[in-house]
Design a protein around this ligand. Structure first.
Ligand code: ADP
Length: 271
């Protein structure tokens, strides 16, 4: 009987190993498919802006002056901004996954990061003639942060708001200090986010299934970077939306410090 039991255990163990290796092979296969899909999207995204830039150059060669030329230059500027952002994000994400992003933190005014972000995102917001309003207190809001990285966080949120909100939409940004922290809200009244997508928006390569409509573009990197960088600043990132077509709100909370650099509030809870 003991021998039979041993045999049975042995067979069961073998079956389990076989199943595990099948599961592993399946997981590898799926990862491989995802990688292929990602590479195809990446090639597409990098190539997309090049055709209009090339056309623009041709137009400028023929008629370098006048309002049309101005419009063409604006378009080329936007396409290049988009391309640079894409490549920067790509570089950053590989640095983040290898744990190679170093923050240059200093005591800084959050307002400076906000202004820098607005400056960077202006071409995208203006491109679709969105209305943009900013509600931010004048008194200095001190944070311990990396100015460039915080500007990148805010600008990623603004870019998304512009990207996922059609022409004529409203984008609002509220900066609200309370209880030793500051909330930065970016609110749009655009496409919104479906409930099943909402918990995944900060995941790397997460993109809502928009059925082959790639007009919104992107690689699904921006928000993963936002969440990582905010975390590295001791803050939290959250997304809110009631679903399709109702707009979205993204809130980043950061700990405030006093003018001398000491923490004002209690440490932020992880959301
Ligand atoms: P990307 O925009 O390159 O796809 P992100 O990481 O910036 O990648 O965003 C991930 C996904 O979250 C997007 O593909 C989109 O589906 C959704 N998303 C992000 N911001 C918004 C927004 N303001 N409105 C609607 N959907 C959004």
């Amino acid at each position: 009987a003991v021998q039979r039991d041993n045999l049975k255990t042995f067979a069961e163990e073998n079956l389990r190993l076989l199943k595990d290796s099948r599961d592993n092979a399946q997981a590898l296969k799926e990862a491989d498919v995802r990688k292929d899909e990602f590479l195809a999207t990446l090639a597409h995204e990098l190539r997309n802006p090049l055709a209009p830039i090339r056309n623009g150059l041709q137009i400028l060669r023929m008629s370098p002056e006048g309002p049309r030329a101005e419009a063409v230059r604006g378009m080329m500027d936007r396409q290049l901004t988009h391309l640079v952002r894409l490549i920067d994000d790509l570089l950053d994400v590989s640095r983040v996954s290898r744990g190679r992003i170093d923050l240059r933190k200093e005591r800084m005014r959050l307002q400076d990061a906000v202004q820098a972000a607005i400056e960077t995102s202006k071409p995208l917001i203006d491109a679709n003639t969105h209305s943009f309003t900013l509600d931010m207190p004048d008194t200095a809001l001190w944070v311990e942060g990396d100015l460039t990285r915080l500007a990148q966080v805010i600008s990623n949120l603004l870019n998304n708001a512009a990207k996922y909100t059609s022409e004529g939409g409203d984008i609002r940004m509220n900066v609200k200090p309370h209880d030793g922290q500051v909330d930065i809200e970016v609110i749009d009244n655009g496409l919104g986010i479906e409930a099943d997508m909402l918990p995944r928006v900060f995941d790397l390569f997460a993109q809502a299934d928009r059925h082959l409509d790639r007009s919104q573009g992107g690689l699904g990197i921006g928000l993963a970077l936002v969440s990582k960088l905010v975390e590295m600043h001791g803050g939290t990132s959250r997304a809110f939306s009631d679903g399709s077509g109702t707009g979205s709100t993204f809130t980043v909370s950061l700990p405030l410090v006093d003018e001398a650099g000491g923490a004002i509030g209690k440490p932020l809870q992880k959301a």
